[in-house]
Every structure is written in structure tokens, then in C-alpha cells.
Design a protein around this ligand. Sequence first.
Ligand SMILES: [Zn+2]
Ligand SMILES: [Zn+2]
Length: 299
Amino acid sequence: MVFLGTGCSNPTAERNLSAVAMRFMGNWLLFDCPEGTQRQMMQSNVSYMKVKYIFFSHFHADHFLGFPGLVATMSMHERDYPLHIFGPKGTRERVQRALNLGLMRKDFEIKINEVKRAGKIVDEQSFEVNAFPLKHEVPCLGFSFKEKDKEGEFQRAKALKLGIPEGPLWGKLQKGQSVRWKGRTFKPGQVMDYKKGRRGRKISVVMDTVPWEGYFDYIEGSDVLVHEAAFGEKHAQRARETKHSTARQAARVAAETNAKKLVLTHISPRHKRNKELENEARQEFANVVVAEDLMAFKV
Ligand SMILES: [Zn+2]
Ligand SMILES: [Zn+2]
């Protein structure tokens, strides 16, 4: 995961506007694309050409204005495979308008998906992404990435030794079904090592919102919860008015949903010192860090 930007409202010398990128098995997933995002990508190891998915939380300017520029650069470098866009109501119109804003050639396909209801929006072989509604001034979505659980490891050598030919029978055994071959029955346990099974990793990205139970089920048990924390306690009133979270509120969400690690981002330019926000959050949840631009780690 790479935190390309970690601020809100306007970029500052210390923080670009908030965007998070994630790499999983060669694909990059990008959450929001504010102004400046592509330069931040170039200063990190995020390959903008390999971005397959962009998830827009909402269309406030500080989450979206980097998009047309990024597409222009992708086109210039002769990208030739589709880009998948997801976002709340209004995505189709906003994205179309952004693409028409500047003159650019665009030789690759942009697939725009307007999320109509909460639930699974991406279903790949090795992971899925769920979307869920947040509570902000405008329609806004949160997203949760989930690596698929691994039941166990298929042992090729054992299967071959038993004389089961490679092909659909192997698939069935991996799915836990018994198969028949040349008059003999084989059980999954003969070729699967279930000790090597493990729970898939889960990463949730919650941008602009007042904390609200409606999304708790979707982020339950996240290995990493990225949560906006625009303000500290002294601006709690302002957070309420503008439909944002404080660091302490975000930490309470992490505690209530059994997150393993909390990363606070989308920090207001009013807050110059991370320590203050971190200390407030730590009263509710111990494993918390305030993100800084270009911070990166492996989950
Ligand atoms: Zn925002
Ligand atoms: Zn917003």
C-alpha cells in the first residue's frame, strides 16, 4: 500500500490531497485521484500504467481533479488495456465530462461503473472488492478489498503420482469435491494440504464520512483500516458540520470493528502536528498511525 497523498481541502507543502494505491498480484488499485496524484505516483513505485481499477469515493474536487490528467498520460504512453472506474451515483456523467475537458487522444477503453447498491463490485479470481455507502454532504462510498481465502494448497506431485491427470479433475478436488478416474475414487484430502490454508487479507478504505454504524459490517475485521480523520477533537464541531470524522472517532470505529491496524489520512491543513491526532486516537485504539505522503508498507 502506498499513501500518495494524505491531506484534504487543498494541497499544502507537506501533504498532497488524499489518494491510496494498492498493488496485488501485479495489478494496481487506486482509491481516489485528486490533483497531483500522478506526480506522487512517479515519486513512489506506483506504476500508473498498471492501474487497473480506480475507485472514487465521491466527487468533491479534492478527490477527483487528477483524473483527466492521469488519463492523458496513460494515453500518451499508449496504454492499450481497459481501465475500470467505480463510483457513486453521478460517476458516469462526471467521468465523461472530465474526459472531454482537455483535448486528448484516448485509445484504450474506460469502463465506467456506477455503483447502485452496496455489496460486491469486483470479483476477480484472487480477490474481491465491496462497496458501501458513507454519510457525507454528497453521495459517497467506502470500499473494502478482500483477498479470497485459501482453503489449502493443491499438491501437484501427489496428484500425478496417484495418476489423476491435470485438468478439470484437479479443479474439482481443489473445490473439495471427490472425483472418479479409471474406476477409482479420489478424495480432496489425498491431494490437498489443508495446513497451508489461510484467511485472505482485508483492507478497507473509508473516506469522507461521519462515523456511522451502517458501514461497520463491511469493514469488520480489516487487517488495515484506512479511515479519514480530517480533524482533531478541538474541531469536533466543525467535523460534525462538514460531515467528517475526528481522529478519535475514527479510532473508535477501528476498535468497534476489530481492525488490526488503523491508518488515519485526509488530514486538514489546520493540523500541523501528527502527534496530537495520533495521541487522541490512541485513547480508543492502540495500533494507529497518521499517514504521511509516500508512506508505504506491506500488509
Ligand atoms: Zn475530502
Ligand atoms: Zn468530501
